[in-house]
Design a binder for this molecule. Structure first.
Ligand code: ACM
Length: 636
């Protein structure tokens, strides 16, 4: 290599390092989800002290204007609404002739010195454009406290943006733990920042029936309440008859109407789920005649004691029969009443009826089920479930709705009009899409945000992990699928071990950012390193908004191997730029301790490893403390 080439390379290396520093600088653009097209322009928009916002006349903009006004007013500026006035500081414009690039949810956003313009075909696009504009302003715009007098700027840009898929969802399980109307609103509002448009409301399960059904009052008088247990779910002792059932709650019809409107104002649909025929212990505790098992009248709403044996794989062997009896006519009368009210309450065209994890062992023994099989010429238990689903679909359709279920509903054959949520991996969804069933992809390996996101030493111990980097690999339209039948994707938050809203937020963010980008942004706009840097910037915004999130990206991945009797511990950072320090002497390491550079040998009599991470001089990770005995158990 001659000197000139060497010099060129040095200049190039310097330029690259400057570019990558530029990506980190605090006022660099960080948008989640990444827009389809963004062109930086010269100059900045400075938010003035008197802001005028023009809105289209006669359009239902939902919460769009109120959101802008509230955020801007929080900086001490005055905000005034104008109807269709070209001179406004911020103009929200509905296109008179449709911009074919944008569809119903896309928008264009122009930020120029002195002027911001959002244009869209439909109000949803204006809402998303406003969310993007807010993300261009610094984190103070998110502040829960007033920030009077701060002068906020946004870089000048031209953005064209629209979603990859039409179903961009998060599921919240409100059965295992109950969340109040205000908490559910907060969850929905947080989703709306990242252009999610589906809130899947998991309303019923073994641990609680959370929806008022006026024609079946015991569902909420009995089914909404359980004995409160604190600790690790699935390890609790069974409730005794004298323990008070004072944990729970439910949503009245008025509550649901309020939530549906609140979500609609944020361009979010609520997808109700009534999980049957399995996961139905709360319903059976309320109406034991829905079971085909003797002794069901003694059943209580589950409070976290083990009721399923998973040691043999799926389907589980049930220790209690938590299923509605598919051979009992009363069950169909019951479902008719439930679906009637669900259909009235929720405008969304689909009703999700669960269908997952229904155990076989009680049905196999039931004389009623055997008689049904004989009469209907059913030869397998999945066919029995398929019989149930088909009758249920008739009920759902009769109320003017379409049926959706978890992927188990495929097993005994489903009707052509039923839609599927693929959770046990992607394959069920791929197959279903090829046979022209509509599918929402929600595979455990990318979207199960009830799993641990960091090392077990810092997390509530769950049987599986889902790191942010893994969630970011989610593609709702996987290879092999018939894309025409993929509605979209969603992440699911099951709440056995999520007992309050702060923990629900911790589990959701930042993985909810990874899923949001995966369902909105085109594949060629996804870039893990850039996303990780943006995520760190969003931590500042979450702090300002007082939204809890997990800092697990700062905790290294710990793997242990054993060779010739020697254990070796490898620490792999999930993101760039971390320094790792460790100790085996039971003291708390800081940056004056040995810096990790190669796999660690465990000293002979050491009893614990402690780990901490830094960015430069800033302690940034959480101290991880792992017993040596536990490390040794991690050898694969
Ligand atoms: C599920 O996770 N059982 C749908």
């Amino acid at each position: 290599m001659n000197r000139l080439n060497k010099l060129n390379l040095t200049v190039l290396a310097l330029a690259i390092s400057l570019i990558s520093t530029a990506q980190q600088k605090p006022n660099a653009i960080a948008l989640i989800p990444e827009p389809v097209s963004l062109t930086e322009q010269n100059g900045v928009f400075v938010l003035p002290q008197n802001v005028t916002i023009s809105v289209p006349a006669k359009a239902d903009l939902g919460h769009t204007y109120a959101l802008l006004k509230e955020r801007i007013a929080n900086t001490g500026a005055t905000v005034q609404e104008q109807k269709e006035n070209a001179g406004a500081t911020i103009s929200l414009v509905l296109n008179k002739s449709r911009d074919s690039r944008l569809g119903d949810e896309g928008y264009t956003l122009s930020v120029a010195p002195g002027k911001v313009t959002v244009k869209a075909n439909k109000p949803a696009g204006l809402f998303y454009g406003v969310q993007t504009f807010l993300q261009l302003l610094p984190a103070q715009i998110e502040s829960v406290e007033r920030v009077d007098g701060v002068q906020l700027q946004a870089p000048a840009v031209e953005i064209v943006d629209y979603p990859k898929v039409g179903w961009r969802g998060l599921m919240l399980d409100v059965s295992r733990h109950f969340f109040t109307v205000d908490e559910v609103k907060r969850y929905i509002d947080n989703m709306s920042r990242f252009k999610y448009n589906m809130f899947h409301f998991h309303l019923t399960d073994d641990e609680g029936w959370r929806l008022q059904i006026k024609s079946l009052p015991r569902l909420t008088e009995v089914g909404a309440w359980r004995v409160n247990k604190v600790g690790l779910f699935n390890t609790f002792t069974p409730p005794t008859p004298d323990e008070p059932k004072n944990y729970g709650g439910y949503y009245t019809h008025e509550d649901i109407k309020e939530l549906v409107q609140y979500a609609k104002d944020r361009f979010i649909n609520i997808v109700p789920e009534i999980d049957v025929p399995g996961h139905s212990l709360a319903a059976i505790a309320s109406y034991p005649e829905l079971s085909c098992t003797e002794g069901a009248d003694k059943y209580q709403v589950r409070s976290g004691e083990p009721i399923m044996d998973w040691s043999h794989g799926a389907p589980p062997i049930a220790m209690m029969d938590n299923t509605l009896c598919p051979a009992n006519e009363k069950v169909y009368g019951f479902m008719d009443k439930v679906i009637t009210e669900v259909a009235q309450l929720f405008p969304f065209p689909y009703i999700h009826v669960g269908g997952d994890e229904a155990p076989h062992n009680f049905w196999e023994k039931s004389a009623q089920v055997k008689a049904l099989m004989k009469r209907e010429k059913l030869t397998t238990i999945p066919q029995v479930q398929a019989y149930f689903e088909k009758r249920l679909e008739k009920i759902v359709n009769a109320k003017g709705k379409k049926l959706m279920g978890w992927d188990e509903i495929l097993e005994g054959g489903i009707s052509p009009t039923a839609a599927l949520m693929s959770w046990r991996g992607e394959q069920h969804g791929i197959e279903a899409s090829k046979s022209k069933h509509y599918v929402v992809m929600s595979p455990t390996q990318f979207t199960y945000i009830d799993y641990m996101q960091g090392d077990i030493s810092t997390e509530v111990p769950i049987y599986a992990s889902l790191r942010l980097s893994q969630a970011y690999k989610f593609n709702p339209v996987p290879e092999g699928a018939n894309a025409e039948y993929i509605l979209g994707g969603q992440a699911n938050l099951w709440t056995e071990n999520v007992s309050n809203i702060r923990q629900a937020e911790y589990m959701t963010w930042p993985r909810g950012l990874a899923i949001a980008e995966s369902v909105w942004s085109p594949l060629d706009k996804k870039d893990w390193k850039k996303f990780a840097a943006k995520t760190e910037r969003f931590f500042d915004r979450f702090n300002a908004a007082e939204i809890k999130y997990s800092p697990a990206i700062y905790d290294p991945i710990v793997t242990v191997s054993k060779k010739e009797g020697e254990y070796s511990v490898t620490l792999t950072p999930e993101i760039d730029g971390l320094d790792i320090y460790t100790s085996f002497d039971n003291s708390a390491p800081d940056r004056f301790y040995p810096k990790y550079s190669r796999p660690l040998q465990i000293p002979k009599d050491a009893n614990e490893l402690r780990i901490i991470t830094y960015k430069g001089k800033k302690e940034i990770g959480r101290q991880m403390t792992i017993k040596v005995a536990d490390l040794k158990k991690r050898v694969k």
